[in-house]
Design a protein around this ligand. Sequence first.
Ligand SMILES: Cc1ncc(C[n+]2csc(CCOP(=O)(O)OP(=O)(O)O)c2C)c(N)n1
Ligand code: SF4
Length: 269
Amino acid sequence: MSVRDYIRERFFPQMWCPGCGHGIVLNSLLRAVEQLELDKNDMVMTSGIGCSARISGYVDFHTLHTIHGRALAFATGLKLSKPKLNVLVPMGDGDALAIGGNHFIHAARRNIDITAIVMNNRIYGMTGGQFSPLTGYDQKASTAPYATIDQSFDVVEISKAAGASFVARTTAYHAMEAVDLLKKAISHKGFSVVEILSQCPTHFGRRNKQGDASSMLELYKKNSAKLGSKALENNPELIARGVFVENDTPEYCREYEKVIQRATKGKAS
Ligand SMILES: Cc1ncc(C[n+]2csc(CCOP(=O)(O)OP(=O)(O)O)c2C)c(N)n1
Ligand code: SF4
């Protein structure tokens, strides 16, 4: 299989703006799936609404384009009924942690074997640049022309606190690192979160004077460092990249199967 076998070529060219980071995330994800040699008939992608969520149109897996914020709820039902399938849930920061925040923390708490990919551009891209819970303090948005006063969530910290058993972060600049982290996340048995900082030049970059897509990518390079690196030790203000959590917590579908066994023990099927 090659990467081309995992895409729906009939839907290209894709709809993202020139320079949008979401295309880089799609590229990394396809390479991860290809390198793991996964059968596309065993792959499911559920997504909500947003520029990020449109990713499900381009992959030749089983796909469900659902409701804003509810992709993880659909994915949970799907995974419980077909636990052998590999379930991927790409979400924007709004989709995952504004309207979908409750589903996010509870999917993490249950530790259900789903790979959540948070494509964090710190803005509501699709609807015109409203601020999200990931925009952060003192940033411009269409709904904050005089700058935001809200503090932001840290995706890694909230995922850790909620119980995700695999948590990682990288950026669209580090596309090959993203391939590696996505491979680990997909292979992990439990709720995996990969946050990928993904530039929205149209709504975030332009308003916040970060320049074009390549300048935004340069900022990801300049402002981040690998976990355990000297650069991070010397400058803890940098955005840390790498694997933050990887543990072996009981997985929800396996636990559910045990409940079924206990409930049906001794009963004829
Ligand atoms: C229930 C509901 N509320 C609001 C919307 C409008 N809406 C569509 S996408 C979106 C936010 C998209 O932002 P994000 O999830 O961060 O993804 P991005 O477009 O930035 O990739 C909103 C508010 C909707 N479609 N459905
Ligand atoms: S509005 Fe932003 S997130 Fe949406 S496609 Fe354009 S650059 Fe990407």
